[in-house]
Design a protein around this ligand. Structure first.
Ligand code: DAH
Length: 345
């Protein structure tokens, strides 16, 4: 075989190597030119049949061609591998970053959002927070608030009795008596947020358990103007600057005079609508000037000291602020309800 043919074989192989676009195509070229059945292999096995003087140079030529083809294939194989890897990386859109944990954060119950807001408003006016027991004695819950045993006002505040003398408190007002006792005649300016209980059938506006914030201020020279200003500021901070309040005379055994406080209806601005039952006002709390008997029974001289007190239902404030239609929703832990207040907490 002439060297020319070998050169042609080499050229052809190199061209095919160059032309191969994939590793598979290159393997096919490798098979054609370097396998045992290839032309080069059969030429190699023919060396023995050549005249001895030609064997060496033909053998060298064959080796040279084999080496050239082999290294061209290797080089091409490397570049194809790189190219194929790049293509794969470009095509594969696996996001190798971890997705992270999604925490299902809940929201605060609107009851607590409002309770805290109410406390903040009163703290801003210089009130301190006082506390008292939920299991209360008849003495603090009724007697020291000027509600003796046979007083008809007890009818409206039936409750759960532990025994004849102990009961679940029907309002936060007993903390008035407890605070006066603890202050021993010194001026008082407290609020008391807390749970209260009544023997009520549960419906959209009643619950056997609910919460109030009690307020009590006692000092020399306290008058009903202080009560009005305090509650007006509270109403504006809680319901908006445009809200106005009005005091209606009422009756509580522990205050004289007693008032019920209404705010102008947020829904109609005071014109009268369904929400305010056409009156333009919505009742938000009860209060009044501390009854002289209460001052006396709790260690204050009514000739020297006067005071005002009030009691606000926390749920009622939350209901009005958010337009909630059923008091029971605060206690049922229904996520469909709670979710709506997530942004506010
Ligand atoms: N304790 C009353 C109630 O639960 C509310 C109340 C009215 C509290 C007048 C007061 C007050 O301190 O002065 O119905």
């Amino acid at each position: 075989m002439e060297n020319n043919n070998l050169l042609e074989l080499k050229e052809k192989a190199l061209q095919e190597i160059e032309a191969a676009q994939t590793s598979d195509a290159l393997n096919a070229v490798r098979n054609t030119y370097l396998s045992k059945k290839s032309e080069l292999s059969s030429l190699t096995s023919m060396i023995g049949t050549l005249p001895p003087e030609e064997r060496k140079s033909f053998g060298q030529a064959l080796t040279e061609v084999r080496v050239a083809i082999t290294s061209a294939i290797e080089e091409k194989a490397n570049s194809l591998k790189n190219k194929e890897l790049e293509e794969r990386l470009a095509k594969e859109t696996i996001d190798i970053s971890l997705p992270g944990h999604s925490y299902n954060l809940g929201g605060r119950n609107p009851f607590y959002v409002i309770k805290d807001e109410m406390i903040q408003i009163f703290l801003g006016m210089g009130f301190e927070v006082a506390d008292g027991p939920e299991v209360e004695t008849d003495l603090y819950n009724f007697e020291l608030l000027n509600i003796p045993r046979d007083h008809p006002a007890r009818d409206m505040q039936d409750t759960f009795y532990i025994n004849e003398n102990e009961l679940l408190r029907t309002h936060t007002s007993p903390v008035q008596a407890r605070t006066m006792e603890a202050k021993k005649g010194a001026p008082v300016r407290i609020i008391c947020p807390g749970k209260t209980y009544r023997r009520d059938d549960d419906d959209a506006t009643h619950s056997h358990q609910f919460a109030q914030i009690e307020g009590l201020v006692i000092d020399k020279g306290i008058n009903i103007g202080h009560l009005k200003a305090t509650l007006e500021l509270f109403a504006k901070k809680m319901f908006g600057e445009k809200r106005e309040i009005r005091l209606r005379s009422s009756y509580f055994p522990f205050t004289e005079p007693s008032v019920e406080v209404d705010i102008t209806c947020a829904n109609c601005g005071g014109k009268g609508c369904n929400m305010c039952k056409g009156t333009g006002y919505i009742e938000i709390l009860g209060g009044g000037m501390v009854h002289p008997n209460v001052l006396k029974m709790n260690g204050y001289d009514p000739e020297e000291y006067s005071g005002f007190a009030f009691g606000i239902g926390i749920e009622r404030v939350a209901i009005l602020r958010y337009g909630i239609d059923d008091i029971r929703k605060f206690y049922q832990n229904d996520v469909r309800f709670l979710k709506q207040f997530k942004k506010m907490s």
